[in-house]
Design a protein around this ligand. Structure first.
Ligand SMILES: O=C(O)CCC(=O)C(=O)O
Ligand SMILES: [Fe+2]
Length: 286
């Protein structure tokens, strides 16, 4: 894993172990002292919503699942490229003639939005299962402080449908347009310009292996205090092992760095929990 100086990272965990959660502060300026302790004035949920930190969730995906997902995502991207209806599926940036990445929504997201470039149902179901694992891992290991902030649920509320996995299962998470999705980046132009996702939470997971399947192309993050691309160096560039989810709040400026060689396949899901009022309105309208 590539981590800028001042950040610490444990050795890669053995696969097939229980999911693990690790926190990495997004901190601009001088590197952290080795004895630095995380601020105790904010809960973990608050650190996430204020854009100060990233969670890494590991051991969520088996090597066989990763092989299957990478292979079928690349095949689906190739099929989209062959169709030549690039405007719908790519983001262009000044100076580039070609696509900088291909985004394919999961089957359900494509149905929801009437897109014709959705991923096949089989791969989409596997990705939904993996998203559920990530949410369940956070429910078990990161709540209750996430419940109180991101989900806006009282810390005393232990009902099962107040879990993130439960909200997802009951289709109560509001995903960004064309998400959940797979982004496929190819050398030499593949990248995603700096942006904020603007939702309560983003889950971003590389499915391809940065040590074998591509070079370049980590995700760069900017701290809230030094958020200007070009002026401020990214505070952190992460390229975790495949199957490790990066979880962060919608205020965090980030970008998918240019890849130099190979193909990089990323899974992305950013979402809000619908407000109680919106839910009531939906019920009234329905
Ligand atoms: O590929 C990356 O590292 C970033 C992708 C991203 O930020 C997004 O899809 O919203
Ligand atoms: Fe993003």
């Amino acid at each position: 894993m590539a981590i800028l100086p001042g950040q610490r990272c444990d050795e890669e965990e053995e696969k097939k172990e229980d999911p693990m959660v690790q926190e990495i502060l997004i901190r601009g300026g001088a590197p952290l002292r080795p004895d630095h302790e995380l601020s105790t004035s904010l809960s973990l949920g608050e650190r996430i919503t204020k854009g100060k930190t990233i969670l890494l969730l590991s051991n969520l995906v088996t090597p066989d699942e990763l092989d299957y997902l990478v292979e079928s995502s690349i095949a689906a991207a190739d099929a989209q490229t062959d169709k030549q209806d690039g405007d719908m599926i790519c983001t262009l940036e000044e100076g580039y003639k070609g696509k900088v990445f291909i985004r394919m929504p999961l089957f359900a997201a494509a149905q929801r939005e009437n897109c014709t470039d959705g991923l096949p149902e089989s791969i989409s179901l596997k990705l939904e299962e993996i998203l559920w694992r990530a949410l369940d891992c956070m429910d078990r290991q990161v709540c209750p402080s996430l419940k109180a902030t991101v989900l806006n649920v009282s810390q005393d509320d232990n009902t099962t449908d107040a879990s993130m996995a439960g909200l997802f299962h009951n289709q109560q998470l509001q995903f960004s347009i064309r998400e959940p999705a797979i982004n496929v980046y190819r050398a030499p132009h593949g990248h995603f310009a700096m942006h904020k996702d603007g939702r309560d939470l983003t889950i971003l997971m590389s499915l391809s292996d940065p040590t074998q399947q591509f070079t370049g192309g980590g995700t760069a993050f900017w701290s809230q205090s030094f958020p200007h691309e070009g002026l401020d160096e990214p505070s952190l560039i992460l390229a975790p092992p495949p199957g490790t989810a990066m979880v962060f709040g919608g205020k965090v400026s980030h970008k998918g760095c240019h890849i130099r060689t190979g193909t990089r396949v990323m899974f992305v899901a950013s979402f809000n929990r619908p407000m109680a009022q919106e839910k009531e309105e939906e019920t009234k309208e329905g």
